[in-house]
Ligand binder design. Structure first.
Ligand SMILES: *Cc1c(COP(=O)(O)O)cnc(C)c1O
Length: 365
């Protein structure tokens, strides 16, 4: 353990992020059976916290899968045969959601913008007016480009179409940014735990509206593992359909205690402070933000490499000298951008330290 720890490279990449000792201790709580009262009590004990965090009265389900499991589940549960799905594409994850829809045999159409640009409500409105859409997939915080699209405005537009459900991926923003699921009328709101929650990867939390539940009942071939109706039936008994990653649920309970000890508003404010510090640092050093101005993510900064530094070599020096890493750019943005995650347990102090280390390793010394 000591050796493993001393050689550990701290993660400032946008997922998985660094997991605290405290969280790991909770993760290693002795096991309980998933059909007994210990688990039911555990499940029940985190429900109100999750609902408070998501500003919802809807059940918040726990899926033992990465986020993609529930991203695929949502479109399979909510789109009826002969009806269409509208996918909003603005980066690697949202682009792939369209491919996943097609591979599930769904009639998917797209609203697509260049990487670095946000999805705007008018684009969606124009498409939905043509009719026939059962659902929209929308990524709040496109982690590959660091763009945060305007969720509230998009939700307001989708809500004008009563047949169309809104599926929101907030994988890298949930718990770092205020998202009022019920006030916005979101039908599915999902996130994996390895990003802003700072838990290990492997669990996804998702809230589902009653309207979406009603829809799911009318959709055939939902399968079993990701069937929303199965989740609801088990939820009523404070259980999950199959054996969950119980360790994650212990860790999530511990994390929710921390979140409410800090206070939601303070937590959101902390993320905003870290984002502002990072953006200011990038500009002062002659870089630029990759996202269109006004749409920069609050939980990670995707920085355009305007100075044309050798990003890979920089990160290598950072790793060797300071034992941590940032991300060198996603897919086709590799080297053209770099990404700094400032979510989860990071604080203005740890980010200030990181920015100092980035300065120290920026040029060959
Ligand atoms: C990381 C990420 C995903 C994929 O999560 P997995 O845990 O790999 O399934 C999906 N969407 C967004 C926005 C992400 O950041």
């Amino acid at each position: 353990m000591e050796t493993a720890k001393s050689s550990h490279i701290k993660l400032f990449i946008p997922g998985p992020v660094e997991v605290s000792e405290k969280t790991f201790r909770a993760f290693c709580t002795p096991m309980v059976g998933h059909r007994g009262t210990s688990f039911q009590d555990l499940y029940a004990s985190i429900q109100s916290g999750l609902q408070k965090l998501l500003y919802t009265r809807n059940p918040v389900f726990l899926s033992t899968s990465s986020a993609w499991g529930v991203m695929e589940a949502a479109i399979r549960n909510l789109v009826r045969p002969g009806r269409k799905l509208l996918c909003c594409l603005c980066g690697a994850f949202s682009d792939k959601w369209f491919d996943v829809a097609v591979s599930n045999g769904l009639a998917a159409e797209k609203v697509q913008v260049e990487w670095g640009r946000p999805i705007l409500p008018e684009m969606i409105e124009a498409k939905l007016k043509s009719g026939g859409f059962d659902a929209v997939t929308f990524i709040h915080n496109e982690t590959s480009t660091g763009v945060m699209s305007p969720l509230a405005d998009v939700a307001a537009v989708v809500r004008q179409f009563p047949e169309t459900l809104l599926i929101v991926d907030s994988v890298s923003s949930m718990s770092g940014v205020k998202i009022e699921a019920d006030a916005l009328g979101l039908d599915v709101l999902l996130a994996g735990t390895q990003k802003a929650f700072a838990l290990p990867p492997g669990l996804t939390v998702f809230a589902v509206s009653p309207r979406a539940m009603e829809r799911a009942k009318t959709v055939p071939n939902r399968g079993y593992y990701f069937d929303f109706i199965e989740f609801l039936k088990n939820h009523e008994k404070n259980m999950t359909p199959s054996t969950p990653s119980i360790a994650h649920v212990f860790a999530l309970r511990s994390k929710l205690e921390e979140i409410f000890a800090e206070g939601l508003d303070r937590r959101f404010e902390r993320h905003l402070t870290m984002a502002r510090m990072t953006r200011a640092w990038a500009k002062e050093r002659g870089f630029e933000m990759f996202p269109k101005a006004g749409f920069e993510s609050v939980t990670l900064s995707c920085v355009a490499n305007a100075r044309k530094v050798d990003v890979a070599a920089w990160i290598k020096r950072l790793k060797e000298r300071h034992g941590c890493i940032i991300d060198g750019g996603y897919g086709k943005l590799k080297g053209i951008t770099f990404r700094i995650a400032h979510m989860g347990d990071e604080t203005p102090e740890t980010i200030r330290q990181l920015l100092g280390w980035l300065d120290d390793t920026l040029d060959k010394k």
